[in-house]
Unconditional design. Structure first.
Length: 254
């Protein structure tokens, strides 16, 4: 008999369903969880060239401050609270998040590079530089993800041993109906809605499948049923509980 393994559970911006996203608290709580494969984060460059962990181009939604990260110096952004009044949190450097990861040697990190107009390849270059400096250019725990084929090609050239995932944009469902690939990543990363509507992307061309953002139990079980390799979720604790409550059952090998 053959068993279908559970997909890897990736904590999207940390345990962002319970704690302020992309903060030390959110990542730490996610890394503590047994059954969680790793964490996902986004990186951007500040005006003075520091690589910070943040999803949006602006800090307005996630902090008590306002402004575009690419037009602000790191020390200024650092003065704002990205947590709560009871538990204030500062914006993190990628280096600081990697420091935290050292305390969890069995956990993985999925790093998404963001590409605003001013900083295109520089974000990818700075990310690679950080990983090289830390001796992580061949670390199997590090995965690089991006919506940019240019980034995928760059990573393939300079850090070929790191696993990469190309993230399909939702609008590609309309303009890229043939799922044309302009790079050669290790895996594909369509959004859950995209993957559900175009299931030919499951294991596309023999590549691994990573999907996002999976927050409902029925969708988590669907991912396992369909053989998704990994999914990002705001609720990693829920995913752990769902798979524990619905153990894998043997299926026929033929």
């Amino acid at each position: 008999m053959m068993l279908k393994p559970d997909p890897h559970i990736i904590a999207h911006r940390g345990m962002s369903g319970l704690y302020p996203e992309s903060t030390l608290r959110s990542f730490e709580e996610a890394l503590k969880l047994d059954g969680v494969h790793g964490i996902e984060c986004d990186v951007r460059l500040t005006r003075d060239g520091r690589l910070v962990v943040h999803h949006d181009p602006f800090i307005n939604r996630t902090s008590d401050g306002a402004g575009r990260i690419a037009k602000m110096d790191f020390e200024h952004i650092r003065t704002f609270n990205f947590g709560t009044k009871e538990d204030p949190q500062q914006i993190m450097l990628l280096d600081e998040l990697l420091d935290l990861l050292e305390d969890y040697p069995d956990k993985h990190i999925y790093i998404e590079t963001k590409h605003p107009t001013r900083y295109g390849p520089e974000v990818d270059e700075q990310t690679v530089r950080t990983l090289w400096y830390r001796g992580m250019k061949e670390d199997p725990r590090v995965h690089l993800i991006s919506f940019s084929h240019t980034a995928m090609r760059y990573f393939k050239q300079v850090v070929p041993d790191l696993e990469t995932f190309y993230l399909f944009r939702l609008r590609e469902m309309k303009w890229n109906k043939n799922n044309t690939m302009f790079s050669r990543p290790y895996g594909v990363g369509p959004a859950l809605a995209h993957l559900r509507s175009k299931q030919e992307l499951l294991g596309y061309r023999g590549l691994k499948t990573y999907t996002w953002t999976v927050n409902l139990p029925k969708d988590m079980l669907w991912c396992r049923e369909k053989g998704v390799d990994a999914f990002a979720t705001d609720l990693p604790h829920l995913a752990v509980d769902v798979f524990r409550e619905h153990p894998i059952t043997p299926v026929s090998a033929g």
